[in-house]
Design a binder for this molecule. Sequence first.
Ligand code: SF4
Length: 205
Amino acid sequence: MPYKFSFDLSRISKAFFRDLANIANQKGLHKKLGGQARHLAEKFRIHEITGLDVSDALVLVEDLVDIYVRNLSNAQSFQETKKRVLFLPHCARKYMDNRCKAHFDPKLPSYVCGHCSKDCLINNATHLAEKKGYKVFVLPGGSCIPEILKRDGYKGVIGVACSDELKMAGEYMQRLGSFGQAIPLTKNGCANTQFNLATLQKVMA
Ligand code: SF4
């Protein structure tokens, strides 16, 4: 189920994401996941800064911890894959109207970036990924991902999406024998969504 709330973590300290990674590194985490997530949400005042309800902030942080834990457990297998793909969300395009020069190719299916804006996240992520040999898909939704993975046989998958979608994707990728690394959006919504390009670059390295 998609979140019923919107969030923007862009004003949260970078230390929050460092602490998330540290928590994911701890042994025996699953037993105390709820407590750790609560502690993190309180320490970084997530609900105050984002304006979320305390319970929504907690759900969000729990999902993020879950994603970081899964990334860590898949990291080695992901590094060993040869054929890789990057899935990006179309809502992170700089423009959502006809100023965006991407065209949609239904055969892929994907938007193909026209590289109209140097400061567009999709443009930058596409450049970085293609230089590293990734096939890039800019998707209007996640429902076609299982079909693409089956059709093209990608084994290493990086997905940029909202945390709730990433959690679901992690489960079916395991069933398909692919190994994923997930980059959660730092701002969700239908347009102008954001993710951390430096994190993506690090994961692709
Ligand atoms: S750089 Fe690409 S994705 Fe971004 S607005 Fe331009 S054409 Fe669209």
